[in-house]
Design a protein around this ligand. Structure first.
Ligand code: ADP
Ligand code: MG
Length: 150
């Protein structure tokens, strides 16, 4: 994927980026393993906002909320024969990679029917796949965020 750096000037623009990426992943179809997104960036930089648009792009009707206190959420991707579940991990509170491994992370990211998003991926850097789609979020000012998609 070509490197792509944009500045969004409101939350909806950030959601739209997420929506477009989700549609692209659905259109490309399944790969050998799950599509895994790593969302880097400080608190409030727009990671969850991006994933709200991403969920919409996957056709998910329910609102994507940050799973900070439950670590991850599994949501059915509707009306897709090649994709089954969207997994949303938030590793903010993770202290050891083992905590994520115990949630079957390896199995989840090896199933091509899954689409997986990980907030705070740096907390589990040793177990991320090589094919990770890296997204970097940066606070610019109150209503602007820089988003880099690698
Ligand atoms: P994170 O998940 O990175 O902690 P959130 O997406 O939960 O961040 O929060 C981002 C906050 O910043 C939200 O309150 C959102 O409304 C606000 N915001 C303001 N401008 C933007 C923008 N351009 N893109 C994304 N969020 C923005
Ligand atoms: Mg978040």
């Amino acid at each position: 994927m070509k490197h792509n750096k944009v500045v969004t000037n409101n939350p909806n623009q950030t959601k739209k980026l997420g929506e477009n990426l989700a549609k692209k992943i659905l259109k490309n179809g399944p790969a050998r393993k799950a599509a895994v997104l790593g969302l880097f960036g400080n608190l409030g930089s727009g990671k969850t906002t991006f994933l709200q648009g991403f969920g919409k792009g996957l056709g998910i009707k329910e609102k994507i909320l940050s799973p900070t206190f439950i670590i991850f959420r599994k949501i059915k991707i509707p009306n897709q024969k090649n994709f089954s579940y969207f997994y949303h991990f938030d590793c903010y509170r993770i202290k050891k990679q083992k905590e994520i491994l115990e949630l079957n992370f390896k199995k989840i990211i090896s199933d091509p029917k899954n689409i997986v998003a990980v907030e705070w991926p740096e907390k589990i850097s040793g177990i991320l796949p090589e094919s990770l789609i890296r997204l970097k979020f940066r606070f610019v000012d109150k209503n602007s965020r820089e988003v880099i998609i690698e």
